[in-house]
Design a protein around this ligand. Sequence first.
Ligand code: 13P
Ligand code: SF4
Length: 338
Amino acid sequence: METSIEIPNLEYNNDVANEMAPYYEKVKSVIPKIEWPVHAPYIKAINELKKQRNAVLLAHNYQTPEIYHCVADFVGDSLALSKEAARTEADIIIQCGVHFMAETSKILSPNKMVLVPDLDAGCSLAESITGDDVRKLKQKYPGVPVVTYVNTSADVKAESDICCTSGNALEIIESLGAKKVLFLPDKYLAQNIAKQTDVEIIWWEGSCIVHELFTPEELHQARENEEDLIIIAHPECPPNVVEAADFSGSTANMISYIKENQPKKVMMVTECSMSDNVSAVNPNVQFIRPCNLCPYMKKITLPKILDNLIYLNNEVKIDPLIAAKAFNAVDRMINLKI
Ligand code: 13P
Ligand code: SF4
């Protein structure tokens, strides 16, 4: 592995300002001018080092605009990121998202170096369940297939029959041909899916600390305040919130909805950086922004990404036996023709 990496100069001067101007053009509607001198030198250094290291930077839709629009090579929802991790030819994957996403990349690309800018970027869903919990559930419900949301640890995936994301959960559940499934660990996603299928769903008591905060009252209030408001909600929200919305889908499906329908006014009921990212490329859409931040996603910053590229720190490691078992569940999801 290349070792002669020089510590980049992070001074903001006229040359940097000129070179980075096309990047600012992309984010000027969502990043105040006064902040740009802080970001620009990091963006320049990260983009240069990525080439030297043959690294690819995969960023989730909840990353902040300077990451999402200025240093990411690939952006998407959990499903798209996992597919990209499986096919990338880069030597190093830098996962700008939370830890379970980096683990999923490592599971799918075990021979690549996978780095995460902050190892403490967790997830309330992933933390709600352990591999041991799944083993006990399997004893309690013998023969019932285990469908596991990707927002889980490798340990939990290793105990599962198949993974799913918010973008394919219904299709995955129905593909199994089972009357009953265990669906782990998001109770709200499970309840939202249960309304759309005859398959009986047994759920776990996990929830996302960002999406569980939304209430139907908040949505009704927003409609009263804003005429012709279109509301789109992530399916990790409680069912009464999803019912009060006009559309529900994974973060990628929410983005496609806006791109294709170009509503005059929209409220995205999800993590709030996403409205910034989407508004930057949809100038004719007005965004009404409820703001619930994911504290885990926000641990990822440009300086930490730069550290990954300089020091190759925060490598994600998984016990090979667990990784091999988890691979089956993730790979089965990715390769299912649905
Ligand atoms: P998706 O991007 O797959 O919709 O997931 C949302 C999420 O909560 C990721 O943490
Ligand atoms: Fe986890 Fe919710 Fe944050 Fe996504 S938004 S990483 S589900 S806590």
